[in-house]
Design a protein around this ligand. Structure first.
Ligand code: ATP
Length: 443
């Protein structure tokens, strides 16, 4: 059997351990749609929560929002998406494979030849990525609505509402996490590019003349977030968009890229969207979306620095970055070096044996930890095997209850990465876990 690629190993681990499943699998699956299983939903929610906390609760200048997925169709005319949100599509006349023209290798593109079979490619056609549907029982264009292709527009159309209701003053931001939909031409690489995905976006409203300063600030902040998630810094880099890559709304744009097993690809975009969106919504809605600076009496349309991260793409990044296979005492150990703040399970609790009251004692200790940590109790099989099962899903801490626990009230705390074991008093266990998490750094 051919050796599995790094991505195949990850996909198979995710399925086997309930992290990510193919969508509607019992019906043969739906191309590139994925479901998050019991552990996957925990991982995704933690990544989201860390972003949300850092963006809103720990700051004075950013508030949250949760806008509807379906919006007035005029929104997408004003935003430019109806006209411009297109990808270049080419088909191979021989093998019928379909490609995004900007994603095929340079030689194939210039030769007009299929990268898979060498057949002739069709002319390039522009293809709008928005999913269109109808609201109400009658299918006519008057009732057409789109599934939002980005969450950002929900923020712009609520600019006035937020401003008037929250007394925020420039510079300030609005953050949102939610689903977005794009009818992608090619979806591949697991959850990297899917038609339905989640974004974590923040729009920061500023004085136009301060755009460079705030752009630099947010580019730094966003890179710091990935370091906090425990992503290895050498796997991250910046890519500045050239003039031919810039989106229709952007003045300057950088991608934060990660080196996935299939190569360097975008993880997040940081964009200077200027006053493009607010100005256009002002024009299309005939509402005044300008900002009055009460201290100077000046009125202007704010510029926007946008940080646009894919939540589901960050899940893939965290998993790909964490995945490792090691040789331990002659045996293969698969381990996810997930940061303790995002690991689906924080603490596994194990009685060394089931008998002599150890299982009951371990159960008691597990319940003590539940309120603060996500825990998992496992009493089946050899202790080494139980550790391995937790290593594979990235559980950073294992607590073992043995006969000594009954005598002196101490437990063994095992650390996933170093496999070091330390003896800790039961009453200090939560504190020890908290400390380890605070000082966590992957070797
Ligand atoms: P690409 O050029 O790869 O299609 P983009 O430049 O259009 O992406 P943005 O519009 O900047 O992407 O979207 C912001 C973020 O949303 C991306 O950095 C990515 O993390 C996420 N994202 C965009 N499209 C998808 C998708 N189809 N599946 C999963 N995540 C996505």
């Amino acid at each position: 059997m051919a050796e599995q690629t790094a991505m195949e190993k990850l996909v198979s681990l995710c399925k086997r351990r309930g992290i990510i499943f193919p969508s509607s699998e019992i019906y043969g699956g739906l191309s590139s749609a994925w479901d998050y299983g019991p552990l996957g939903v925990e991982l995704k929610n933690r990544i989201r929560d860390l972003w949300w906390k850092g963006m809103t609760r720990l700051r004075d200048d950013i508030v949250g929002l949760d806008a509807a997925i379906m919006m007035h169709p005029r929104v997408w005319e004003a935003s430019g998406h109806v006209e411009n949100f297109t990808d270049p599509l080419v088909d191979c006349k021989s093998c019928k494979h379909r490609f995004r023209e900007d994603q095929i290798p340079e030689e194939s593109r210039t030769a007009g030849r299929c990268p898979d079979c060498g057949g002739e490619l069709t002319e390039t056609r522009r293809f709008n990525l928005m999913f269109k549907t109808h609201m109400g029982p009658v299918e006519n264009d008057g009732a057409a609505v789109y599934l939002r292709p980005e969450t950002a527009q929900g923020i712009y159309v609520n600019f006035r509402n937020v401003r008037q209701s929250s007394r925020v003053k420039i510079p300030f931001g609005i953050a949102q996490v939610g689903k977005a939909f794009r009818n992608e031409i090619t979806t591949k690489n697991f959850i990297f590019r899917t038609c339905e995905f989640e974004q974590m976006e923040m729009q920061y409203f500023i004085r136009p003349e301060e755009d460079e300063k705030w752009f630099a600030y947010w580019l730094d902040e966003r890179q710091a977030y990935y370091r906090k998630l425990g992503i290895r810094p050498e796997k991250l880099r910046l890519h500045r968009h050239g003039p031919d890559e810039l989106a229709h709304y952007a003045k300057v744009a950088y991608d934060i890229e990660y080196e996935f097993p299939f190569g360097w690809s975008e993880l997040e975009g940081v964009h200077n969207r200027t006053d493009y969106d607010l100005r256009r919504h002002g024009e299309y809605s005939q509402k005044d979306l300008s900002y009055l600076d009460e201290s100077t009496g000046e009125r202007f349309i704010p510029y926007v620095i946008e940080t646009s991260a894919g939540l589901t793409r960050t899940v893939l990044t965290a998993l790909a970055d964490a995945y490792d296979e090691e040789e331990v005492e002659g045996e293969k150990r698969t381990v996810l070096h997930l940061h303790p703040e995002i690991a689906p399970i924080t603490v596994g609790v194990f009685p060394l044996v089931k008998k002599d009251g150890l299982a009951e004692l371990a159960g008691e200790i597990e319940r003590e930890l539940r309120d603060e940590f996500s825990t998992f109790y496992d009493q089946g099989g050899a202790i080494g095997r139980r550790y391995r099962r937790q290593d594979e899903i990235g559980t950073p801490y294992g607590v073992t209850i043995d006969y000594q626990t009954k005598d002196d009230g101490t437990v063994t705390l095992r650390l996933r990465d170093s496999m070091k074991q330390i003896r800790v008093a039961r009453r200090r266990l939560a504190e020890a876990i908290r400390d380890e998490t605070k000082n966590y750094g992957r070797e």
